[in-house]
Design a protein around this ligand. Structure first.
Ligand code: PLP
Length: 400
């Protein structure tokens, strides 16, 4: 025990790379070096009295893996440390992290203000399902702060944002949004999936809760689904209480995979970012490309803000080709290496046509407002040699 306390104290001032490798680990009596995988649904007690004390909450310890598991707890403590938050809780997927946050912190009659440029399923969850339970959502242009200010009602309790946004890489000023949110007594929730704590720590700018789809960069190799919510104990305890009652729990196996992913997170994020920047500059020079959207480019409107808020610009970019849907499809269908799939945050580069896939459920007006044109292509740059990705895109681009 002394050993554990000493180690946790030493880690209190450690850098993010050290935390990514070591935070939260408690070794079992076997002295294993790599984190142990506890595949168990329940836990045994020494006596009936101990069982009663554990169930009653009078004695700390595990009862059932729907709400506590040592492998999952290691991941939760590690993410909390990396995000600079008091606590974190893991969920079965990124969507269940968002759902659990809403269910724990909102009630009928409450109101959400949300960026218009969020993950498509997040908008569906808010508009179709939260609305059914009496929680309405107002969507705004994420970089128009007057729109944010004007969208609040007496009942606004949550403000929800992603930055950089998907797929156009709009960068939102988190400090300004936190100030607006707090002046109206609401909580700022940031979906930090695109940056991860390796590139951006939203709580440093005033965010109250940080959400992750661990499925993306935290896994990093496209294997497992998972989600996380990090923040102050008072909020995270509420989210955990909902998970205990409703059951969108992260599997211990998935938590173990994510722990392995975190060990290389910053190295991967730096490599994704470096390749995306190279690719963005190369795309800008291609005659068949109309416009490139990537905050790492100096002429992107969010460039300076991204430099101040993020350690690097991330792995996702998008671009418009000259022509319409046919031209975009031709570029996508001419690739032989990159994967045509909507997932991102993988070692493998992925390519997608947002207007007919990830954003296909939006109306034409909504697409126009969000800038999702028919000639737009999104690329989530992986870890392959960047010249091979360029050659793969050039095949289609040079045929236009
Ligand atoms: C993928 C994604 C989600 C949803 O995560 P799942 O793990 O697929 O449920 C939420 N937000 C963002 C930004 C995402 O990219």
């Amino acid at each position: 025990m002394t050993d554990k306390i000493d180690r946790q104290e030493a880690l209190a001032h450690a850098g993010i790379d050290t935390l990514a490798v070591r935070a939260g680990q408690v070794r079992s009596a076997e002295g294993e070096h790599s984190e142990a995988l506890y595949l168990t649904s329940s836990y045994v007690f020494e006596s009936a009295a101990e069982a009663a004390a554990r169930f009653g909450g009078d004695q700390p310890g595990n009862v059932y893996s729907r709400y506590t598991n040592p492998t999952v707890r290691t991941l939760e403590e590690r993410i909390a440390a990396m995000e600079g938050c008091e606590r974190a809780v893991a969920t079965a997927s990124g969507m269940s992290a968002i759902l659990s946050t809403c269910m724990a912190l909102l009630k009928a009659g409450d109101h959400i203000v949300c960026s218009r440029s969020v993950f498509g399923t997040t908008s569906v969850l808010f508009t179709k399902y939260m609305a059914r339970f009496g929680v309405d959502t107002r969507f705004v242009d994420p970089t128009d702060y007057d729109q944010w200010r004007g969208a609040f009602t007496e009942k606004t309790r949550l403000v929800f944002v992603e930055t950089p946004s998907n797929p156009l890489c709009d960068v939102v000023d988190l400090a300004q949004l936190a100030e607006i949110t707090h002046s109206r007594g609401a909580l700022l929730v940031v979906d930090n999936c695109f940056c991860t704590p390796a590139l951006q720590k939203p709580v440093l700018f005033g965010a109250d809760l940080v959400i992750h789809s661990a499925t993306k960069y935290i896994d990093g190799q496209g294997r497992c689904l998972g989600g996380l919510v990090a923040g102050a104990a008072e909020h995270i305890d509420e989210v955990l209480a909902f998970i205990r009652s409703a059951g969108p729990t992260m599997s211990a196996f998935n938590a173990w995979v994510f722990l392995k992913g975190l060990e290389t997170l910053r190295l991967r994020m730096d490599a994704h970012s470096a390749s995306a920047l190279t690719l963005a500059h190369w795309l800008q020079a291609q005659p068949a490309v109309e416009k490139v959207f990537y905050a790492g480019l100096p002429d992107h409107p969010g460039h300076e803000l991204a430099r101040a808020q993020q350690r690097a610009f991330g792995g996702v970019l998008s671009f418009r080709v000259k022509g319409g849907r046919e031209a975009a499809w031709q570029v996508i269908d001419s690739t032989r290496i990159v994967s045509l799939t909507a997932n991102l945050g993988d070692a493998k580069t992925t390519i997608v046509h947002p207007a007919t896939t990830t954003h296909g459920r939006l109306s034409d007006e909504q697409k126009a407002a969000a800038g999702i044109s028919d000639n737009l292509i999104r690329v989530a740059v992986g870890l392959e040699d960047v010249q091979d990705i360029q050659a793969d895109l050039e095949r289609g681009l040079s045929s236009l």
